[in-house]
Ligand binder design. Sequence first.
Ligand code: BG6
Length: 482
Amino acid sequence: LEQGCLTIVVLGASGDLAKKKTFPALYHLFEQGFLQSGEVHIVGYARTNLSDDGLRGRIRAYLKGASEEHVSEFLQLIKYVSGSYDSGEGFEKLNKEISDYEMSNNSGSSRRLFYLALPPSVYPSVCKMIRTYCMSPTSRFGWTRVIVEKPFGRDLDSAEELSSQLGELFEEDQLYRIDHYLGKELVQNLLVLRFANRLFLPLWNRDNVDNIQIVFREDFGTDGRGGYFDQYGIIRDIIQNHLLQVFCLVAMEKPVSLKPEHIRDEKVKVLQSVNPIKDEEVVLGQYQGYKDDPTVPDDSNTPTFASIVLRVHNERWEGVPFILKAGKALNSRKAEIRVQFKDVPGDIFKCKKQGRNEFVIRLQPSEAMYMKLTVKKPGLEMATEQSELDLSYGMRYQDVKIPEAYERLILDTIRGDQQHFVRRDELKAAWQIFTPLLHDIDAGKLKAVSYKPGSRGPKEADELSEKVGYMQTHGYIWIPPT
Ligand code: BG6
């Protein structure tokens, strides 16, 4: 890392995201020596009236299991400033806190990172305040960078409006739109897997691939977040951002180089090649009991489950369905990519029904990659069965601690690497794909069917997958060892 004075300001410091993700990620960076005492200054900012120790106590509660000595040292780096999100007074105070530290540090530099762990409604006013009161002084060596969290708008127009508002205050290279799925180990592995392995190069296309599923499941509901969730729904919460980012990395062409701009150029291209979504290739669901949450309206049609088929209109993927599926309150918690290959022509073993070759990348939990193959069943008979080539990270990389997504992405921001962040035109292209569908749902033209909590979701979703080509291998469930 560059040397010199670094201040990380967490706005919304008393909120859930800050406590559960941002501060623990900062702690882990500190523990690994990326943030050093004497070189980094962390400031929490929020409206709540709290002392420095008050905030430290709240953070400590989320660092259970960590070394007491490290935690105490880390907490000493943290200060708290309280103020509102739209008045100059608080931000003047914040700027004074940062400037005093920079002066006392005497390194001649001023690197300032602002993490907005806040609801998007306050982004414009907070960014304006940062721009007016808290920028790194040009007289000192340094920079100002701002991390913003999704949701970036509700549809194309609102996202574009937000982008313009932020664009008037900051340059694109100062804005880091975080999508934490881009910080997950196996998501980061996708480009390596695809473009550093000769094996996959000739296979990864419409000649060999039958269909691709990108699936997100959670085994809990909207627990206490119903009010927020009901305004957005599963498509805006998970599919339009997390699953679409994964889709880009699975479907894009090889970038010219690993420069962030080259990668993001390819992502934009593949997004622009997606055809409009057809209503008959969408299944929406809502789990029974969702509306029992008092903050959810009784007549809510907000989907907590959606399965959507994307069709890519280009030379590589024409005709291959990409099924993006996400749901809350299902029977398991996992996120995975399933690349299902076409049938072998001339089935001399009569084993077609046992299942196809399938390459599965399990993003979480228990990171793994495995390839389902047909092999001879060991023994005297010439019989076949499905087995797997398995790379389970828990077994292969036993001594390696896989970093948390937020940890990695905050470090990238400090390093100024935007590769794993969403560029403005990428965001626009993503909204272009989903906005017509979302408007139809908001207008009640598409209805969410109800499903039982703890189930696989609506049976209509399995029917849709099978209709567009996915072959279920009934009775075969492979669980990689942890
Ligand atoms: C968040 C969504 O972005 O991602 C949540 O708002 C969801 O609804 C979460 O639970 C899932 O993240 P992860 O890393 O646990 O898969």
